[in-house]
Design a protein around this ligand. Structure first.
Ligand SMILES: [Zn+2]
Length: 206
């Protein structure tokens, strides 16, 4: 599963070592940043396609109707939690895998991302559900579940990381350079000793 973010982009290249064919799956829910994130994913893959990595696939899973009009505005402004989003995304990706005869779905879960909906027990149960309900032994892979973002970033240091996208409030398609994600991104580049080639908004961290 590929979001255009740094961790899932590095994950694509990690999977190349284990599988001959990788399909980056971008699940589109209707959030405001997705267009920029998908463009980032495309630029990243164009800059370093990776052996066996094909063009990304977009799965539309509109979220708005799940929340209703009034709550949706709060979701977009991140004031309303999106419980269950990982489950929805995983399920969409799982159906795609089953339909296309693929063995596994991987997503960039980090140690700090662990929550009830992505606990090892839940993921194992989901695998069982897919096997029982769909008749397909799909594996759910989380190779970075014990790692921090910095550790993963260092593993991807030779990749075109500046093409990945982290910002929650992009400005003209660029990183704003001021939001929490941008500040963390820039700080992680500095701490990792990796040159930050990200283009940030004027007057910001970059
Ligand atoms: Zn930002």
């Amino acid at each position: 599963m590929a979001s255009g973010g740094m961790i899932s982009s590095i994950l694509i290249h990690r999977m190349v070592y284990d599988y001959p064919r990788i399909v980056p799956v971008f699940v589109r829910g209707g959030l405001g940043t997705e267009e920029v994130e998908f463009s980032a994913l495309q630029r990243f893959l164009e800059a370093d396609p990776g052996h066996g990595v094909v063009d990304p696939v977009v799965l539309d899973q509109p979220l708005k109707s799940l929340f209703g009009d009034s709550e949706w505005e709060r979701v977009l402004s991140r004031q309303h939690p999106m419980r269950g989003r990982k489950l929805l995304m995983l399920t969409a990706a799982a159906f795609y895998c089953v339909e296309h005869g693929m063995d596994a779905v991987a997503f960039g879960l980090l140690r700090s991302d662990r929550s009830d909906e992505s606990s090892p027990e839940v993921l194992k149960t989901l695998e069982s559900c897919f096997r029982m309900a769909l008749g397909w032994p799909l594996q759910i892979l989380t190779p970075y579940a014990g790692a921090s973002d910095m550790q993963v970033m260092r593993r991807g240091r030779d990749l075109p990381l500046h093409h990945t996208f982290s910002c929650t409030v992009p400005v003209d398609g660029l990183h704003c350079g001021e939001c929490e994600n941008c500040l963390r991104r820039h700080r992680n580049f500095e701490k990792s000793g990796i040159e930050d080639r990200t283009i940030y908004g004027p007057g910001s961290v970059g």
